[in-house]
Ligand binder design. Structure first.
Ligand code: ADP
Ligand code: MG
Length: 325
């Protein structure tokens, strides 16, 4: 890249180390970290590509937020406490106002979750943002995909399908036809997903099994049942749908599109399983955090996910979730 690659790094992405476990942050060939406390490290990375993971006209601030949030969602899904970030940024050109807006929100969001930026890479090309997030996890308080057991109840946080609906309304230019508070909510679900970090850290006292819903509930619950060698039964009538989503469908005299709700992706909610006797304390945690929590089904002995309608009949869905290839 041009000589000003280093100016950009210096101006926008060099921050004073904000954690005691950082020996050396941005500026040398590697960051040096000094993890303490004998806990394990959880490491995850996600790339956001313009036109694939966000519409081309998404604001720099929303892109910065989402690049961190999707990684936080992965940390949450393992019950890892956020600690450090690296940022690999590929830019088509140097646009200072874009960089200012991007870096402001990036640092603000990182800081609000206790994450420190410790390094990265800056290159030229089509806009793409890769964030790696690292966190601490206690070996006996970890959430994994392979620990569901027959008879566990299945839960999901928040609501499903909002981001997929927002994207569809954007792509079909139909946002304007809906009530403003509904579109604002749906867009915030697409651009500003809330990673359930605090809830996940508390949840890990009561279960060892969770996944974040990024590719759609059917696909992600599918990962749990495959890894845990079991199946699941889902009650479609009990899926948590937001008032905004229900309003939009009612406004168009349609029933909610459950295919989209179950496979649309970008929800960044947590799906987890729980022994029935642990329901009460976990529901209390969610209530305390003002987080909607819904029991959506049960882990079964079969090797598939069966979706049941209100009459108890099995319903099948065409695709199973977002796939890149
Ligand atoms: P190298 O040539 O060793 O890969 P770079 O010139 O790519 O080093 O980066 C110099 C320093 O700046 C490194 O410490 C790197 O981690 C950091 N850095 C580069 N780009 C970014 C970025 N976008 N955000 C944060 N730190 C960055
Ligand atoms: Mg480099």
């Amino acid at each position: 890249m041009s000589a000003s690659e280093f100016d950009i790094i210096q101006r926008y992405f060099t921050v004073a180390p904000a954690r005691e476990d950082i020996v050396l942050a941005t500026g040398d060939d590697c960051a040096l970290l000094s993890p303490f406390g004998g806990r394990q490290l959880a490491i995850t990375v996600d790339t956001l590509i313009a036109g694939v993971h966000f519409p081309e006209n998404t604001s720099a601030a929303d892109i910065a937020y989402k690049a961190i949030a999707v990684n936080l969602s992965d940390l949450a899904a393992m019950a890892a406490e956020p600690a450090w970030l690296t940022l690999a940024l590929t830019l088509p050109a140097i646009d200072e106002s874009w960089l200012q807006a991007f870096s402001n929100t990036f640092h603000e969001t990182a800081q609000s979750y206790g994450l420190a930026l410790v390094g990265g890479d800056t290159t030229r090309g089509a806009l793409s943002i890769t964030v790696q997030a690292m966190g601490y996890v206690a070996h006996d308080r970890v959430l994994r995909r392979d620990t569901a057991e027959v008879g566990d109840h299945i839960y999901v946080t928040g609501t499903l399908g909002d981001a997929a609906l927002a994207l569809r309304l954007l792509q079909t230019n139909l946002l304007a036809g809906e009530a403003q508070h509904d579109t604002e909510f749906l867009l915030s679900r697409l651009n500003r997903p809330s990673a359930r970090v605090e809830f996940a850290l508390a949840l890990a006292q009561y279960t060892g099994c969770a996944i974040d819903v990024s590719d759609g509930l059917l696909a992600d619950l599918g990962h749990i049942v495959r890894a845990s060698h079991c199946g699941a039964e889902l009650e479609l009538s009990g899926l948590p749908l937001s008032p905004a989503l229900l309003n939009v469908y009612a406004n168009n005299a349609e029933n909610p599109d459950l295919q989209s709700v179950l496979t649309g992706g970008d929800d960044y909610e947590l799906c987890f399983t729980l022994k029935p006797e642990n329901a009460e304390p976990v529901e209390k945690i969610a209530e305390h955090l003002n987080l909607r929590l819904t029991r959506i089904g049960e882990i079964t002995e079969s090797d598939e996910i069966v979706c049941l309608d209100q009459q108890g009949a099995a319903v099948s869905f065409l695709n199973r979730g977002y796939q890149h290839f």
